[in-house]
Write a protein that binds this ligand. Sequence first.
Ligand SMILES: *Cc1c(COP(=O)(O)O)cnc(C)c1O
Length: 409
Amino acid sequence: MSHGFDYRRNTLHCEGVALSAIAEEYGTPTFVYSRAALEANYQRVDAAFAGVPHLICYSLKANGNLSVGRVLAAQGAGADVVSGGELFRARKMGIEGNKIVYASVGKMVHEIEQALADGILMFNVESRAELETIAEVAARRGQRAPIALRVNPNIDPKTHPYITTGMRKYKFGVPPEEAVELYRWTVRTPSLQPVGIQMHIGSQLVEVGPIVEAAGKMAEVLRATGIPLRYFDVGGGLGITYKDEKPEGPELLAKKLAPLVKSLDCILILEPGRFLVGNAGILLTKVIYIKTNPEKKFVIADAAMNDLIRPSLYDAYHPILPVVPAYGAETVDVVGPICESGDFLAHGRELPPLKAGDLLAVGNAGAYGFTMSSNYNARPRAAEVLVEGESFRVARRRENYLDLIRGEE
Ligand SMILES: *Cc1c(COP(=O)(O)O)cnc(C)c1O
């Protein structure tokens, strides 16, 4: 189950707060995040890499909520952003431009201008065409754009294909040979300043081996350029336990990367997203109806695929726990109200007998939960709540019907 969440006095709590109290105050569905868990996750990565000069750039796309980001920023986190909107969010979290790295295969001119104005640490550049555009925009502004090339090492990280990035069949980064060539061009271009090299091979990586192997390939590229690059950015991807995965974790990654990073005399950048926030959050939902047919029993909850798309999109497993435990077990599908057979939170799950009004906690929903949510079926998006010890406050209010039509004529 998610960190910071456990049963106390027969009710599931987040830190010192009963989830039932949160449901009463703010309704459901609601994402609930534990501040202590966010801090513990950050500190675990920071401590693992204590022996290496490093910067942890939190990957905002896992969870862009300002309150969540501010907790991590207060710990010292920078940001990894993938759009102008995320850059805007990162700045609103109080993260300085010089701690922000920016990757994306499709950076647009207005986003490049925004990033230059914000003085970001570096652009993680994904193609020659993009490099040329950044050079033009920077020249026009009389600036030198700090850049790193995102290397695609063509390594299979053994995760879900949709979250695999560092292979040639996917759109990300440039092959090692091309990277060397592009660095040469960069050196000759006055409006560009090569400061780093970057990769990100995929997400929810249970083994660190592929990251280490890819970092080795990236180090070869760095050496081949002959340029003294300051930042060696290995991306994110550290996996968490959703079901029975046993992720090797940041400690082993640090142990295996440290000698390489030290030999390069670089500052290591890490871009963890899921690892920092995934297990620090749950999705709190209420049972609306129980429905049976000759084949199955369905628990119909008020949270749906528009709130948490991971089960539908990746066939992902999320633990589901009753907020008040009960005896007995039966096999059910937990589904939402959306008009799609693909709308489910769990298939064939063992849960105690439930009735309308019962609360459920969908575990490990802190990453790629709210950020991937939508208004599909004209459902207002869920509230988000941050718990700190005995207290809790709304981190984003629930949307209402007017929010649904905002901006429409
Ligand atoms: C998504 C992403 C990350 C974070 O991935 P996690 O698996 O959540 O750690 C890091 N860097 C880049 C460039 C990304 O796109």
